[in-house]
Design a protein around this ligand. Structure first.
Ligand code: DGL
Length: 228
Protein backbone atom coordinates (compact mmCIF):
# COMPACT_ATOMS: atom_id res chain seq x y z
CA UNK A 1 0.00 0.00 0.00
CA UNK A 2 1.23 3.50 -0.87
CA UNK A 3 0.84 6.15 1.83
CA UNK A 4 0.42 9.68 0.50
CA UNK A 5 0.84 12.83 2.55
CA UNK A 6 -0.20 16.42 1.99
CA UNK A 7 -1.51 19.21 4.21
CA UNK A 8 -4.88 19.09 2.45
CA UNK A 9 -6.31 18.36 -0.97
CA UNK A 10 -3.35 19.29 -3.22
CA UNK A 11 -1.83 15.82 -3.02
CA UNK A 12 -4.95 14.41 -4.69
CA UNK A 13 -3.32 15.57 -7.95
CA UNK A 14 -0.33 13.35 -7.13
CA UNK A 15 -2.57 10.47 -6.08
CA UNK A 16 -4.41 10.68 -9.40
CA UNK A 17 -1.08 10.50 -11.28
CA UNK A 18 -0.12 7.41 -9.23
CA UNK A 19 -3.49 5.77 -9.95
CA UNK A 20 -3.22 6.56 -13.67
CA UNK A 21 0.28 5.04 -13.78
CA UNK A 22 -1.04 1.96 -11.91
CA UNK A 23 1.71 2.21 -9.31
CA UNK A 24 -0.31 0.15 -6.82
CA UNK A 25 -3.86 -0.97 -6.18
CA UNK A 26 -4.10 0.29 -2.58
CA UNK A 27 -3.56 3.87 -1.45
CA UNK A 28 -4.03 5.64 1.85
CA UNK A 29 -4.19 9.43 1.59
CA UNK A 30 -3.34 11.41 4.73
CA UNK A 31 -4.61 15.01 4.75
CA UNK A 32 -2.73 16.75 7.55
CA UNK A 33 -5.33 19.49 7.88
CA UNK A 34 -4.48 20.08 11.54
CA UNK A 35 -1.09 21.49 10.50
CA UNK A 36 -2.14 23.21 7.27
CA UNK A 37 -0.81 25.19 5.59
CA UNK A 38 2.66 23.62 5.70
CA UNK A 39 4.04 26.42 3.55
CA UNK A 40 3.79 29.01 6.34
CA UNK A 41 5.45 26.81 9.00
CA UNK A 42 9.13 26.66 10.00
CA UNK A 43 11.14 23.60 8.88
CA UNK A 44 11.07 21.83 12.26
CA UNK A 45 7.27 22.00 12.43
CA UNK A 46 6.88 20.64 8.87
CA UNK A 47 9.29 17.80 9.71
CA UNK A 48 7.42 16.90 12.90
CA UNK A 49 4.05 17.01 11.17
CA UNK A 50 5.21 14.94 8.18
CA UNK A 51 6.86 12.38 10.46
CA UNK A 52 3.70 11.94 12.52
CA UNK A 53 1.71 11.45 9.30
CA UNK A 54 4.25 9.04 7.83
CA UNK A 55 4.43 6.96 11.01
CA UNK A 56 0.68 6.58 11.16
CA UNK A 57 0.62 5.46 7.50
CA UNK A 58 3.39 2.92 8.12
CA UNK A 59 1.45 1.64 11.15
CA UNK A 60 -1.50 1.08 8.77
CA UNK A 61 0.64 -0.97 6.43
CA UNK A 62 2.14 1.54 3.96
CA UNK A 63 5.26 0.05 2.40
CA UNK A 64 6.24 3.31 0.69
CA UNK A 65 5.47 6.93 1.43
CA UNK A 66 4.89 9.67 -1.10
CA UNK A 67 5.17 13.26 0.06
CA UNK A 68 2.60 14.73 -2.33
CA UNK A 69 3.72 18.18 -1.35
CA UNK A 70 6.69 20.22 -2.55
CA UNK A 71 7.00 21.95 0.81
CA UNK A 72 7.15 18.72 2.82
CA UNK A 73 9.56 17.16 0.33
CA UNK A 74 12.00 20.04 0.61
CA UNK A 75 11.70 20.27 4.40
CA UNK A 76 11.35 16.65 5.47
CA UNK A 77 12.19 14.03 2.82
CA UNK A 78 15.80 13.47 3.90
CA UNK A 79 14.87 13.37 7.57
CA UNK A 80 12.07 10.85 6.96
CA UNK A 81 14.29 8.68 4.78
CA UNK A 82 16.73 8.41 7.69
CA UNK A 83 14.05 7.94 10.35
CA UNK A 84 11.74 5.39 8.69
CA UNK A 85 12.29 1.92 7.32
CA UNK A 86 10.20 2.39 4.14
CA UNK A 87 11.24 4.29 0.98
CA UNK A 88 10.21 7.96 0.87
CA UNK A 89 9.39 9.74 -2.39
CA UNK A 90 8.43 13.34 -3.04
CA UNK A 91 7.83 16.11 -5.53
CA UNK A 92 9.89 19.24 -6.10
CA UNK A 93 9.32 22.07 -8.60
CA UNK A 94 10.04 20.89 -12.17
CA UNK A 95 12.38 23.81 -12.84
CA UNK A 96 14.93 21.82 -14.79
CA UNK A 97 12.35 20.68 -17.37
CA UNK A 98 11.00 24.21 -17.70
CA UNK A 99 14.36 25.88 -18.12
CA UNK A 100 15.42 23.26 -20.67
CA UNK A 101 12.46 24.39 -22.79
CA UNK A 102 13.95 27.89 -22.97
CA UNK A 103 12.44 31.33 -22.46
CA UNK A 104 11.25 33.12 -19.35
CA UNK A 105 10.01 31.05 -16.42
CA UNK A 106 7.72 31.83 -13.49
CA UNK A 107 7.92 29.57 -10.44
CA UNK A 108 4.98 29.80 -8.05
CA UNK A 109 5.06 28.03 -4.70
CA UNK A 110 4.38 28.30 -0.99
CA UNK A 111 6.44 30.76 1.05
CA UNK A 112 8.57 27.90 2.41
CA UNK A 113 9.33 26.45 -1.03
CA UNK A 114 9.82 29.80 -2.75
CA UNK A 115 12.47 30.75 -0.18
CA UNK A 116 14.64 27.92 -1.57
CA UNK A 117 14.85 29.45 -5.06
CA UNK A 118 16.27 32.72 -6.38
CA UNK A 119 14.91 34.93 -9.13
CA UNK A 120 17.29 35.83 -11.97
CA UNK A 121 17.08 37.29 -15.48
CA UNK A 122 15.15 34.27 -16.80
CA UNK A 123 13.35 33.20 -13.65
CA UNK A 124 10.75 34.94 -11.48
CA UNK A 125 10.03 33.23 -8.16
CA UNK A 126 6.73 34.23 -6.55
CA UNK A 127 5.37 32.97 -3.22
CA UNK A 128 1.59 32.67 -2.86
CA UNK A 129 1.22 32.30 0.93
CA UNK A 130 -2.60 32.18 0.92
CA UNK A 131 -3.38 30.14 -2.16
CA UNK A 132 -3.24 26.59 -0.74
CA UNK A 133 -5.63 27.56 2.07
CA UNK A 134 -8.02 29.23 -0.36
CA UNK A 135 -8.06 26.10 -2.52
CA UNK A 136 -8.68 23.87 0.52
CA UNK A 137 -11.51 26.15 1.60
CA UNK A 138 -13.23 26.87 -1.72
CA UNK A 139 -12.29 24.54 -4.58
CA UNK A 140 -14.05 23.98 -7.01
CA UNK A 141 -15.58 27.46 -6.48
CA UNK A 142 -13.08 29.64 -8.24
CA UNK A 143 -14.20 33.22 -7.46
CA UNK A 144 -12.22 33.78 -4.19
CA UNK A 145 -9.24 31.87 -5.61
CA UNK A 146 -9.23 33.94 -8.79
CA UNK A 147 -9.61 37.16 -6.87
CA UNK A 148 -6.47 36.44 -4.79
CA UNK A 149 -4.49 35.20 -7.80
CA UNK A 150 -5.29 38.30 -9.85
CA UNK A 151 -3.80 40.43 -7.08
CA UNK A 152 -0.83 38.20 -6.25
CA UNK A 153 0.40 37.00 -9.63
CA UNK A 154 2.56 38.86 -12.14
CA UNK A 155 0.68 39.32 -15.41
CA UNK A 156 3.32 37.74 -17.66
CA UNK A 157 3.60 36.73 -20.41
CA UNK A 158 5.80 33.75 -19.51
CA UNK A 159 7.03 30.89 -21.65
CA UNK A 160 7.00 28.50 -18.71
CA UNK A 161 4.95 28.31 -15.54
CA UNK A 162 6.37 25.94 -12.94
CA UNK A 163 3.61 24.99 -10.52
CA UNK A 164 5.59 24.29 -7.36
CA UNK A 165 2.72 23.37 -5.04
CA UNK A 166 0.41 20.41 -5.59
CA UNK A 167 -2.64 22.40 -4.45
CA UNK A 168 -2.16 24.88 -7.29
CA UNK A 169 -2.45 22.09 -9.87
CA UNK A 170 -6.17 21.96 -9.14
CA UNK A 171 -6.44 25.42 -10.75
CA UNK A 172 -3.76 24.96 -13.39
CA UNK A 173 -5.70 26.51 -16.30
CA UNK A 174 -6.67 29.58 -14.25
CA UNK A 175 -3.01 30.13 -13.28
CA UNK A 176 -1.80 29.62 -16.86
CA UNK A 177 -4.39 32.09 -18.16
CA UNK A 178 -3.60 34.78 -15.57
CA UNK A 179 0.17 34.58 -16.17
CA UNK A 180 -0.23 34.13 -19.94
CA UNK A 181 2.00 31.08 -19.76
CA UNK A 182 2.62 29.02 -22.88
CA UNK A 183 3.60 25.81 -21.02
CA UNK A 184 3.01 24.53 -17.49
CA UNK A 185 5.21 22.10 -15.55
CA UNK A 186 4.78 19.94 -12.48
CA UNK A 187 6.45 16.87 -11.01
CA UNK A 188 3.55 14.44 -10.56
CA UNK A 189 3.86 12.37 -13.73
CA UNK A 190 7.63 12.03 -13.48
CA UNK A 191 7.25 10.90 -9.87
CA UNK A 192 4.60 8.33 -10.82
CA UNK A 193 6.82 7.03 -13.63
CA UNK A 194 9.77 6.67 -11.23
CA UNK A 195 7.93 4.37 -8.79
CA UNK A 196 8.04 0.64 -9.42
CA UNK A 197 4.70 -1.09 -10.01
CA UNK A 198 3.30 -3.31 -7.28
CA UNK A 199 1.66 -6.56 -8.44
CA UNK A 200 -1.86 -5.81 -9.72
CA UNK A 201 -4.75 -6.34 -7.31
CA UNK A 202 -8.49 -6.32 -7.81
CA UNK A 203 -9.48 -2.71 -8.58
CA UNK A 204 -8.11 0.34 -6.82
CA UNK A 205 -8.82 1.15 -3.18
CA UNK A 206 -8.33 4.64 -1.73
CA UNK A 207 -8.69 5.42 1.98
CA UNK A 208 -8.73 9.00 3.19
CA UNK A 209 -7.33 9.81 6.62
CA UNK A 210 -7.06 13.23 8.22
CA UNK A 211 -5.44 14.71 11.30
CA UNK A 212 -8.16 17.35 11.58
CA UNK A 213 -11.47 18.13 9.93
CA UNK A 214 -11.99 16.86 6.45
CA UNK A 215 -14.90 16.17 4.11
CA UNK A 216 -13.93 12.76 2.69
CA UNK A 217 -16.77 12.79 0.16
CA UNK A 218 -15.46 16.07 -1.25
CA UNK A 219 -11.94 14.62 -1.52
CA UNK A 220 -13.22 11.52 -3.31
CA UNK A 221 -15.29 13.67 -5.67
CA UNK A 222 -12.23 15.75 -6.58
CA UNK A 223 -10.17 12.57 -7.07
CA UNK A 224 -12.83 11.07 -9.34
CA UNK A 225 -12.83 14.27 -11.44
CA UNK A 226 -9.04 14.15 -11.71
CA UNK A 227 -9.21 10.53 -12.82
CA UNK A 228 -12.03 11.07 -15.34
N1 DGL B 1 0.56 21.13 -1.31
C1 DGL B 1 1.74 21.61 -0.67
C2 DGL B 1 2.91 21.81 -1.62
O1 DGL B 1 2.97 21.19 -2.67
C3 DGL B 1 1.66 22.77 0.29
C4 DGL B 1 0.42 23.38 0.73
C5 DGL B 1 0.56 24.03 2.11
O2 DGL B 1 1.15 25.10 2.23
O3 DGL B 1 0.11 23.39 3.05
O4 DGL B 1 3.80 22.56 -1.30
Amino acid sequence: MVGIIDSGMGGLTTLSALCKAKVDHAYCYYADTRHAPYGNLPAHAIIEAAQEAAESLVARGADRIVLACNTATIAAKEHLAAALAVPIYGVTPALYDAQRSGGKTLLIATAYTAAHYKSDALLDVVALPRLAQLIDAHYPHLAPIEDYCRRALPAGPYDNLVIGCTHYLLVRSLLAALTQATRTFDANEALAASLSKAPAGRGISVDILASGKVDCERYLRVLRELLA
